[in-house]
Every structure is written in structure tokens, then in C-alpha cells.
Design a protein around this ligand. Sequence first.
Ligand SMILES: Nc1ncnc2c1ncn2[C@@H]1O[C@H](COP(=O)(O)OP(=O)(O)O)[C@@H](O)[C@H]1O
Ligand SMILES: [Mg+2]
Length: 356
Amino acid sequence: MASVELTDIRKVYGGNVEAVKNINIAIEDGTLCVLVGPSGCGKSTLLRMIAGLESITGGTLKIENAVVNNLGPAERDIAMVFQNYALYPHMKVYDNMAYGLRNRGMPKDQIDKRVREAAQILELTHLLERRPRELSGGQRQRVAMGRAIVRNPKVFLFDEPLSNLDAKLRGQMRVEIKNLQRQLGVTSVYVTHDQLEAMTLADTLVVMNAGAVEQIGAPLDIYEKPASTFVASFIGAPPMNLLHVSADSSGLLLKDGTHIGAEGLAIPAAGAVIGFRPEDLEVAAGSETHLGGLLLDLKVRGVEPVGAESYVYGIIGGEQVVVRVPGRSVSEPGEQLRVIIPKEKLHLFDGNGKRI
Ligand SMILES: Nc1ncnc2c1ncn2[C@@H]1O[C@H](COP(=O)(O)OP(=O)(O)O)[C@@H](O)[C@H]1O
Ligand SMILES: [Mg+2]
């Protein structure tokens, strides 16, 4: 077990592609850190630099307080689990898990003990004699994890390990990985583009955008206080609604020129973005005043019932929004609704998308 510390870490490919820009992250011993962001934002590059599979252009990488920038992958004492499992197809599950240990010359009885322990933890004991093609996707992913566990590494690295699984299995495996990580207490770095996976797994969540860190924090803190419009629209599904507004003499102008009152909201003269979560709108019964919140007109475009709740899609002030309502929605396309967003539910960002 070990802490992992990244200081001003950079990666430039081929002299001009800056894939990772000055990243600073401190990962505490025994915790699970998730790197999340859209495809191409540099997650895998960063993970591969931690693994030693990619050279580090600039900055310092420490594992357990020792600089490891120039150590090879084998010397870093880490284990990596990939999306495509990378199992040896001709080897039995047992041998897939034992392979790395045999390569290191570990005595046979010790290997056997480790493989059987890992198999028990992962509920693979009855599958040890099978080959990968005789396993389901979820079982293969477990074998890939077993192969990482038997090595007893200081750090686990995961690169989108669940991407090849169907949604239901992904949900189950997510819980298993979380439990396993807690049980083993091994410091882990987990890469995903899936915000739900990121939210549910992370002790520390790192939201990345275009090679840089947008925000680091506990998942729910980030959900409740996104540092930028990028984070606000990336974390949470459906995403946070964003309205681009400007101040006028007596209130606010929405994007389509609609004027609304907005007492107590300090909007910069240069304009701002007002954010609110889909669950934070209330449909006005008719006569309420907005009590310091926003009272807005929403034109319904469509309704998606998803079972326990419904998503009402619509337009406010010329911009698309979505509202989450419990159960079935009675709204119809074309209908006009008055909605209230309580003041304490509003998020305010400046013209550059930074939280105010
Ligand atoms: N070997 C490489 N050579 C040049 N550019 C690369 C290489 N690997 C990745 N990149 C570029 O670096 C950026 C980050 O890629 P990557 O780390 O794979 O993103 P992610 O894992 O977040 O999808 C992308 O623009 C990608 O095209
Ligand atoms: Mg990747």
C-alpha cells in the first residue's frame, strides 16, 4: 500500500500534442481515486504514466514518497486492469492468474496459496480449470482482477475495466470493485468516462478536461458545488441546466431576450450562466411569488417516462432544459409551465464558466 503523488505532471506526444498539462493530484494511501472526463481528455495517458508504460515529459511522480519517474513498470510494484482484460486465451484461469508470479520465480506452493485466496475473494474457485472463452464477460473481468490481486501490489490501476460489459453487469461489478478495494485497502486509480461509475466508486474524484484538471474533491461535494460549467454539465445525469443571462436595469435578460425579475442575484455586467439541477425545479401552482428564487416559463417539448420518474424536456428563454419529476408526468408537448427554482438551488458561473 502506498500514497501516490503527482506534481506538475505533463505529457507531450511528438513534440506538439500536449495530452496532459501540469497535473497535481495527491492520492492518499488506501483510497480510490477516479479520473473522469470525456474521451481524449488524457485519462489513459496519465494512468499509463503512473504505470510506467509511458514516459513522463515533465513533473514528478512519487509512489510511497519515492520518486519513480525513471523506474520501469516492473519496478513500480503496481498492477493494471484493462478494458479488454488482456487474458491469455490458451491458458486456464488458474494459469492466467499464476503467470506473473511464475515469471518472478515465486515458489509453487506460495503461488498456489495466492491464486486460491484471490479466487475465493473473487468467487472464481469453481472456474479455475476453465479457459477465458468459457467464461462470461463479468467472469473474465474478475479473472483480470484476480491476476492483479495475486501480485499484492502497492497500487492498482484500472483503465475503463467495465466498458465492455452490459449496463446491468456493470452496475454489479461496480459494487464488487468498490467492496474489493475497501477490503484489500490497496491505493487505486480508476479511469472512466462514465460519470455514474465515477460518482459511485470514488473516494476522490478528479474531473479532467482537455488534458487539465477541472476539479478535485469528494463526489457529492463536486455534485453540489461544481467549479465550472464543464463540471456542472459532465457530473450528473441528466446534466445540470444552464441558462446564459445578462443583467439589465431591473433584472435579467435570458438568451432569447425574455426579461425576468431576479432580486438578490448579483449578475456581473459581463453576463453569467445560471445553473440548476433537473431535480431542483418546482412546478408553480399558480399564485406563488418566487421568494428570491427564479420564476420562469417553460415550454414543454417532450416527456420521457423512465419508470420511477419522468424527464420533461423543454425550453426556457430559448435554451433547452430538462426537469425530473417523480412518477408519471401529466405534461404534454406544447404545454406552458411556470416553474420555480428556489434561490438556494441556483448555481452561478461567470462568463468564462467559472463558479462565482
Ligand atoms: N501515442 C500517442 N501519440 C500521439 N498522441 C496520442 C498518443 N496517445 C494518446 N494521444 C493523444 O493524447 C490525447 C489523450 O489521449 P488519451 O489519454 O488516450 O485520452 P482518454 O484516455 O481520456 O480518452 C488525445 O488527444 C490522443 O489523441
Ligand atoms: Mg482512455
